[in-house]
Design a protein around this ligand. Structure first.
Ligand SMILES: [Fe+2]
Ligand SMILES: [Fe+2]
Length: 153
């Protein structure tokens, strides 16, 4: 009997047209938080597209307002859950969030002041911070959320 063909689409690299691509490994096991992480990634991709296309249908003011709003909302929701499950590194995580919320506000204000030259450096900083946070910091609380949810079943 012939072996079934391997589904090569699973092996394909991430979409390289995206500034940041969502990966399954980023999932923290809570839909609401995953959706917020995806939304933030989408917003960063929108900012990147804005830089490339210089406006078009995208409105930088709305994008940056969204970024600030979603960043703050996400941090507050995530912290609420981490406090609920008694995450031992809660204070450290909250401090990291606080620092980033301050930086995001400064970046958004700078971006609106000089919308023709939203620096790639700032955008790259945002990307690197979020990728690192998703791949490292947020991963650390996943077992605590899982344990908490398993206990409630
Ligand atoms: Fe976080
Ligand atoms: Fe997060």
């Amino acid at each position: 009997m012939e072996m079934p063909e391997i589904d090569a689409s699973r092996e394909q690299p991430e979409d390289e047209t995206q500034f940041i691509a969502w990966k399954h490994e980023y999932s923290v096991g809570v839909k609401k938080l995953d959706k917020q992480h995806m939304k933030i990634i989408n917003i960063l991709n929108d900012i990147h597209n804005y830089r490339k296309e210089k406006a078009g249908p995208l409105d930088l003011e709305n994008i940056l307002n969204d970024l600030l709003l979603y960043t703050r909302t996400h941090f507050a929701d995530e912290e609420g859950l981490l406090r609920l499950v008694g995450y031992p590194k809660f204070t450290e995580h909250q401090e990291v969030h606080y620092g980033m919320a301050q930086k995001t506000q400064a970046i958004c204000e700078a971006g609106l002041d000089d919308r023709d030259d939203l620096s790639l450096e700032l955008l790259t900083f945002l990307r690197n911070w979020w990728v690192d946070h998703l791949e490292n910091e947020d991963r650390r609380y996943v077992p605590y959320l899982a344990l908490f949810m398993a206990d409630r079943d």
